[in-house]
Design a binder for this molecule. Structure first.
Ligand SMILES: NC(=O)c1ccc[n+]([C@@H]2O[C@H](COP(=O)([O-])OP(=O)(O)OC[C@H]3O[C@@H](n4cnc5c(N)ncnc54)[C@H](OP(=O)(O)O)[C@@H]3O)[C@@H](O)[C@H]2O)c1
Length: 262
């Protein structure tokens, strides 16, 4: 299995805060000294990353597909060695469907957490497949959530975005096996970050969250081993209890009838 230790050039989206920033900083310290490219909207944060040797590329992932295609083309032209992508950018919003719901906000959350990830991956697959065909170890790493397994009604659409991304990641892994592209999924529990600032719940949640350093260490160990699913804390327990049993059935489906859809 490819390990993050094999990576020569890594893209991390959502690198201006929280989990993405921590993973960008840690991967940049790997003994293989990969080039790390970090993305986000906030230029001042990207400038801070450059002090740690991480190249910043400003990107709003909530862009139309032409803009994302241009971003990917520029990225690949400048970085023909790009072999690993970590798609970390994400937002979380509360919605109460008994009250008035801002459907534009629902759509934005789905776009950032799911469609932009699928679009970016789609545009990058031809490049990664070409590189993998030369024998390079290539990886696509998505970031889902413990809430992809058991939803929390306070953030219903967020949970749906992450469940969609989890399902997509499983199918993508099966589809890209032949192309020799490793597809991994990071499944965080509640982790210290800026994710909940927009909802004003950071103070409450900070009493329960996993410290970012602890989470990052666990994830880096999993990525170094080349694990397919890297879950930490409660997310590991939930994954093992509810998702792991699906793996055998899923493997049988893809082997016995890959053309079957319903
Ligand atoms: N922390 C948790 O408890 C937790 C639990 C499970 C899963 N996760 C997942 O982990 C990932 C990282 O979240 P985090 O907790 O580290 O949150 P965070 O501290 O708020 O960081 C979110 C990152 O996403 C970027 N981002 C948001 N909207 C963007 C946009 N439109 N375009 C480009 N970048 C955008 C932000 O950059 P800019 O604002 O600079 O654009 C920032 O770098 C997310 O996918 C999240 O769903 C987090």
């Amino acid at each position: 299995m490819p390990s993050i230790l094999d990576s020569k050039c890594i893209l991390v989206t959502g690198a201006t805060a929280g989990i993405g920033r921590a993973l960008a900083l840690e991967t940049a310290k790997l003994p293989s000294k990969p080039k790390v490219i970090g993305c986000g909207r906030r230029q001042d944060r990207l400038d801070q990353l450059s002090e740690a040797g991480i190249e910043g590329m400003q990107l709003d992932v909530n862009a139309d597909k032409e803009t994302l295609k241009k971003f990917v083309d520029d990225l690949v032209n400048k970085n023909p060695d790009l072999d690993t992508i970590v798609l970390c950018a994400g937002i979380q919003r509360q919605f109460d469907f008994q009250k008035e719901v801002d459907l534009d906000a629902v759509s934005l959350e789905f776009n950032v957490n799911y469609f932009s990830v699928v679009t970016t991956i789609t545009y990058l697959i031809p490049h990664l497949a070409r590189l993998a065909a030369t024998g390079r170890k290539c990886s696509i790493i998505t970031v889902t959530s413990i809430l992809s397994i058991i939803p929390k009604p306070l953030v219903p659409n967020y949970c749906a975005t992450k469940a969609a991304l989890h399902s997509y990641t499983m199918s993508l892994r099966a589809q890209l096996q032949g192309a020799n592209i490793h597809v991994a999924e990071i499944v965080p529990p509640l982790v210290e970050s800026e994710l909940h600032d927009a909802q004003g719940t950071t103070d409450v949640l900070s009493k329960f969250w996993m410290p970012l350093d602890e989470f990052t260490n666990t994830v880096m160990e999993g990525l170094k081993r080349g694990d397919t699913v890297v879950a930490a804390g409660n997310a590991k327990n939930d994954y093992e209890q509810f998702e792991h049993p699906k793996d055998t059935a899923f493997a049988q489906t893809t082997i016995s009838a890959p053309e079957y859809v319903n």
